[in-house]
Design a binder for this molecule. Sequence first.
Ligand code: MN
Length: 742
Amino acid sequence: MYQLSEEEEKKLVLNKYRQILRHSGITDTAKKAKIRKAFHFAVDAHKGMRRRSGEPYVLHPLEVALIATRDIGLKTTSIICALLHDVVEDTDYTLKDIELMFGKKVARIIDGLTKISEIFDKNTSSLQAENFRKILLTLADDVRVILIKLADRLHNMRTLQSMPHEKQMKIASETEILYAPMAHRLGLFSIKSELEDLILKYKQPEAYQSIATQLTESEYQRKKFITRFIQPIKRELKKQGFKFTIAYRDKSISSIWNKMQQKKVSFDEIYDLFAVRIILDSDFKNEKADCWRTYSTITSIYVPKHDRFRDWISVPKANGYEALHTTVMSKEGRWVEVQIRSTRMDEVAEKGYAAHWKYKGTVKTAERGLDEWLNKIRELLQNPNSDALDFLDDFKLNLFSSEIYAFTPKGEMITMPKGATVLDFAFSIHSEIGKKTIGAKINSKLCPITQVLRSGDQVEVLTSNKQNPKEEWMDMVVTARAKSQIKTALKEVRKQYANMGKIKLAQYFSDLKREQDEELIKNFQTYLEIPSSNDFYYRVAKGIITQKDLKSFIDLKEKENGSWLSNLNPFSFFGKSKEPNTLADNIQQQLEKQPETLMLTKGQKTAEHRVAECCKPLPGDDVVGFIRADGVINIHRTTCEIASNLMATYGKNIVKAKWREEGNLQFLSGISFVGHDKFGLIREIIELLTSQMGINIRSFDVETHDEIFKGKAMLYVQDSKQLDSIIKKMKKIDGINKATRL
Ligand code: MN
């Protein structure tokens, strides 16, 4: 049972902290101060929290920081991140707080760490190795995220005892699939071995215990043997003036177990239970030659096994490992593996690339070396073709060459082919977003739509209502999806202009206080000698055809024949009686006077009636008909202002109208909505409309200003009831403050 007094706990915590500083070797006062700040912050943030084992929680981040610096060789930033790695997840502090106190870099790493744990640790369903790998790749952006995560995982594995059994299994399996291979890949030998042993300990406790016991029982014998074995080597090397240490390490329990399985042998039959390691204190210039000389010395004492020689000095392993390995026959008739390396090589072997790069530069530029190393890892993770990589084999997957993985701001992963751009990404979220894309924030940095994405990028698509797909976009995308959507959109754009033109023209009519008249428009178009309607409306939309043009045309027509148009001209009557109340009353009165009711079919256009463009009545709406001079009946909503004006003036032309029940045609209608800008809102709205309600969207415009979000959607609906239900559902979306029919 865990039992310590408060004083003792304080001491324990402080000692751990000092240990970290000592192992880090950091002497710079400013850096030390930063670490101290992080330490105090972590202590304070986790105050009162305890781990399952009963220990103060803060011991966990302290242990992680210790592993990060002692076993991986990480420095200031990483130590700070390790100390703070659980703060955002487990306390009330936010990423913003971290950023304010420790800067962007630290915040970003913590963010990465928090994300992985959200994805894995809190996910109860077991994830596929592929998912692990994908997530990992995305985090390759800053390998420190992975390294600290490895340290975190190692400490969690060390303290797995206090977890319930099913948790132990889950964590051990994840470690087996993901973290141990990762440690191997990164050349973190000691972490990898320890992880593998711990995996075995929890997954096959009996095998683990049996090997552990046998190792302990045979330890004395082994030590005696080794002492005798190394004596002549020591003597000979000293004679030659070498400075060196000789160590031996038992093979890890898991590797013994693997060997027993592979070769189908018992514990007693494993001859290489340990390896003798000769570490030469030799400088960079002479180390290789010294290793070879040592090799020659040893093999002149003991006979080497010819097929067991490995030269990792001339060609180091992919993970940076360098050494000479040989297996020799001892005087007692037993094979012994001997590893020869320099101090530098030894550190590389234990700590992986971090150490490797530390030595590559001068010692003073260790920090810079680390950055280079991080770049190198990033490269390795991102370039599957670098032949040295057995990374792929580790995960037994080969998709990786052709795919990248980017994230939405919410952390949703999007898989795309290599070479995919911001524009591809935007279209893969939604076509409506793609079409409005003007750029993106990639990892908080502004980038153009042509920017090629890299695995791990977090992409926030920036849209503008003014943006429209362009022909040249076709050359800026690689995904088939984006290509086809742009093609459709380009068609749509032309159509949209036509629609805008129609709306604008309706506005012209309304400004001129005129009933919109299709016949007149046709004549106008012919008069202007524009054969295509789309072209005609495009010009209206672009303002090439103005209201003044229309007015002149109407005037011309009127002059020409004093036709029905003049009868419809409301100007002569208007001005004084424009009050809405009286107008409404007026309509009501007029309606009551009408004996007949026009039964409307749900067709938008029939010979006898047309749906008015100004108010777009839907089946279910209260409507009135208005007989035009040409005999066609225009159907308006009773609330329509244009209709009100017309009817107030031409009461005798009003017809009662009602919708018939049958039919399943669709009508264009619009909704406007206001909300506060929140990522994912557009998507949520579109999802509601399309997937949930099966509505056809004709257009969708969104504008954002000072976090206020204004939108307009033109939709095809069956009737006003359906529209009302859309509006009702829309209002329930978090972030939407107002939704109304246009
Ligand atoms: Mn942790």
